[in-house]
Design a protein around this ligand. Structure first.
Ligand code: NDP
Length: 383
């Protein structure tokens, strides 16, 4: 199989050598066990035993390929189904991952997963504008849904998905892999422990220079927007988990230098600002026009935290006013899928939630950012 194309912002070089050999257990462990000191090797508690999450992947493209490879190292999740519009991929991936023909579906017949006892959850990794309909169908088929970011292309759709899953009694999780990343979680722990003092300011820079003009990311019917939907969402979501509050207002400004590549409905560069109830503020950049933009910075009364890179595939590099953090890099998607197994099957509560309601909050913020761009006005938020 061809190597799938990757995006620039995911081309993060490994800058640090592996310090300690760690197993997945570190990532699955309770936070308390491994946040002690940034400079120390992390203790390796045994991975929580439990049932295996049997997952069908939907949309066998670039990111699904990455997820599938990462799942080969999972302790609690495995691929037991495939859904694709391309029959040759079904055959190829089916043979590669040992998925029998009876558990391979296309977009017309995947509702039949209802009758497949070997599938617990379906992971939607298709273009953004398809997520809503696919998740609603998954819910109606009685399976849990894992949905890639952005969960949908606006809050109205997101709310429909949340309602459909609730009605069907299934769970909905969003593929926010950073919610399980050790450096990120350590900064959140430090913030909660008051180590930075009161958070005052967050800066989020999320961008890369987009290539191929014919890709779905530049087609508003499939993407539902531009850089904001694809990469700016990391700063939207990150502002919330770094500051630790929900924003109450947003202002935003758009710059478009190339109206041919970035047609109507596809944002190229948006700067946005968020205000939080405590008085903390955030200033963020979302762009498809510039490379080397993957940085979070939290400034508090008594200290600071920086993640740079903050959201790439890793290793994530972090430092605070106390020094560098040295948590071991573990493939994000491996950790994510093991943790999702524990959430869906054991009822584990993640430290940074990533259910449908959380995905919906980000969509409400993005809707408000687009409204602020359109009107030039400050938009109030109630999340
Ligand atoms: P790709 O274009 O590489 O793959 C998308 C796949 O969706 C295709 O291969 C195809 O699979 C299926 N598809 C169905 N209809 C269409 C269509 N009309 N046009 C194109 N593809 C179609 O995209 P990515 O894998 O990069 O992105 C998929 C989703 O994953 C997006 O929502 C994106 O935001 C998210 N993503 C998340 C990342 C993360 O780090 N969390 C990183 C990258 C992407 P098939 O032939 O099997 O039907």
């Amino acid at each position: 199989m061809n190597k799938f194309r990757m995006h620039n912002y995911h081309h993060m070089s490994s800058r640090r050598k592996f310090l300690t050999k760690l197993t997945m257990a570190a990532a699955a462990a309770p936070l308390a066990a491994w946040h002690r000191s940034s400079q120390q090797a992390i203790p390796v508690p045994p991975v929580a035993d439990g049932p295996t999450l049997r997952v069908a992947l939907m949309g066998l493209g670039s990111y699904a390929n990455r997820v599938a490879e990462a799942m080969q190292q999972c302790k609690r999740a495995k691929i037991t189904g495939l859904i694709s519009g391309t029959s040759s991929k079904l055959k190829e991936w089916g043979e590669r991952y040992g998925v029998p023909e009876g558990s391979r579906y296309n977009y017309s017949n995947f509702d039949q997963v209802r009758n497949n006892p070997d599938i617990d959850a379906i992971y939607v990794i298709t273009p953004n504008a398809q997520h809503k309909e696919q998740v609603v169908r998954i819910a109606r088929a009685g399976k849990h849904a894992i949905c890639e970011k952005p969960m949908a292309i606006n809050a109205r759709e997101g709310a429909e998905m949340v309602a459909a899953c609730k009605q069907a009694g299934v769970q909905l999780l969003v593929g926010y892999r950073m919610h399980f990343e050790a450096n990120t979680l350590e900064i959140i722990r430090m913030r909660n422990a008051g180590e930075f003092g009161k958070p005052l300011f967050f800066q989020g820079l999320s961008g890369f220079r987009i290539g191929n003009p014919s890709q779905w990311r530049l087609d508003p019917k499939l993407s539902g927007g531009g850089a904001m939907m694809d990469i700016g969402i990391y700063s939207v979501n990150g502002a919330r988990y770094m500051v630790g509050e929900e924003p109450v207002w947003v202002t935003a400004q758009e710059t478009k230098t190339d109206p041919v590549l970035f047609r109507e409905g596809v944002d190229e560069t948006i700067q946005f600002q968020l205000g939080f109830p405590s008085g903390a503020i955030a200033s963020c950049l979302s762009t498809y026009r510039m490379n080397y933009l993957d940085r979070f910075f939290l400034d508090g009364e008594n200290g600071f935290a920086e993640l740079s890179p903050a959201t790439g595939y890793g290793p994530i590099k972090a430092r605070t006013h106390k020094g560098e953090l040295n948590f071991q890099h573990i493939t994000h998607q491996t950790t994510q899928m093991d943790e999702m197994a524990a959430i869906l099957l054991d009822g584990k509560k993640p430290i940074v939630p990533l259910d449908g309601e959380e995905g919906l909050k980000d969509l409400k913020i993005i809707d408000a950012i687009y409204e602020a761009v359109r009107t030039g006005k400050k938009v109030s938020l109630k999340l």
